[in-house]
Design a protein around this ligand. Structure first.
Ligand code: PMP
Length: 294
């Protein structure tokens, strides 16, 4: 992710990643008390452009508020710092990872101070380019009564790590996760869409993360006159679909070939997901006039 030339943005300054230290007596390391984001910059013909930067930083702010982590920056200054970080690291296409974390404190009390770090590195599609083989995980999404599942809170991602490593151990690429009631919520860190009879369906936000890519897909559907329904989905609904795909900033839009032992009948190229994938790629790579459709 970094070498001796790599800069990170740390509490308002650009410092060398390998010279920066961290606090070993803080709640972030011990309890996962932090909130983070994942953004992508694309190499457009107008240079590096971060897709929906302000929305991502707004969501970071909300995640911090959800766990009483002081957030003392404006989304605009963070956005500008992210652009400067790209320049300092000579990056055009990159994944950008801001993390807000609690300062020195080992008690189980709300943070009175926080730090921010932003890192960036070149990162291809998170799940590769090939159609995915996905399993239905025995590890469920955290209960929304116990965890703030609509926020990107560091410690909660242990759950995603467990689900993906379990999936990979069984020979799959990614894990689909059920909510507390046994409905299909999403993948470990991507949202799910299925296609059935020329309509798209996606689980509602009750138990799914409010993905910015999910929102973008819904906007693309409206633009392309594709019917999209937010609906609670059972395992049977998902297995009986014509096709399915996952979406997220890191993974992009990526089709699913098989779930457990069920292979989707439709050729990916002929699916609604595939046309949305093409539109999304064009959108992020051009980022011209996208305000018109989003
Ligand atoms: N679900 C979870 C749990 C996530 O962490 C993410 C990535 N941040 C997503 C879905 C996809 O969200 P986005 O499209 O905003 O990247």
């Amino acid at each position: 992710y970094y070498n001796h030339d790599t800069y990170i943005f740390l509490d308002g300054e650009f410092v060398k990643a390998n010279e920066a230290g961290t606090d070993f007596f803080g709640q972030a390391l011990h309890y996962g008390y932090g909130a983070f984001e994942g953004l992508r910059a694309y190499a457009t013909h107008n240079g590096a452009r971060i897709f929906k930067a302000e929305e991502h930083f707004e969501r970071l702010k909300k995640s911090c508020e959800a766990i009483n982590l002081p957030f003392t920056w404006t989304t605009r200054e963070l956005s500008e710092s992210a652009y400067e970080l790209l320049e300092r690291n000579n990056l055009r296409a990159a994944y950008i990872r801001p993390l807000v974390f609690s300062g020195s404190n080992m008690h189980l009390t709300s943070a009175s101070a926080s730090h921010i770090v932003i890192a960036a590195w070149e990162w291809g599609p998170f799940l590769g380019q090939n159609l995915l083989n996905v399993c239905i995980s025995s590890i469920r999404r955290p209960d929304s009564n116990a965890f703030q599942i609509d926020a990107k809170i560091s410690g909660q991602y242990i759950n995603a790590i467990r689900a993906t490593s379990d999936a990979i151990q069984q020979g799959f690429d990614e894990a689909l996760m059920l909510d507390q009631d046994g409905f299909v919520a999403q993948a470990s860190s991507e949202n799910l869409f299925i296609e059935k009879d020329f309509k798209l369906y996606t689980p509602p936000l009750d138990n799914a993360f409010p993905g910015i890519t999910r929102q973008t897909v819904i906007a693309i559907c409206k633009e392309l006159n594709i019917d999209i329904v937010e609906k609670t989905l059972t395992i049977e609904d998902v297995l009986a679909a014509d096709s399915a795909f996952l979406c997220g900033t890191a993974a992009g839009i990526i089709g699913i070939q098989r779930i457990d032992n069920t292979t989707y009948p439709e050729d990916w190229e002929n699916t609604i997901g595939s046309s949305i994938q093409r539109t999304y790629k064009k959108l992020v790579l051009e980022q011209e006039n996208y305000e018109v459709i989003i």
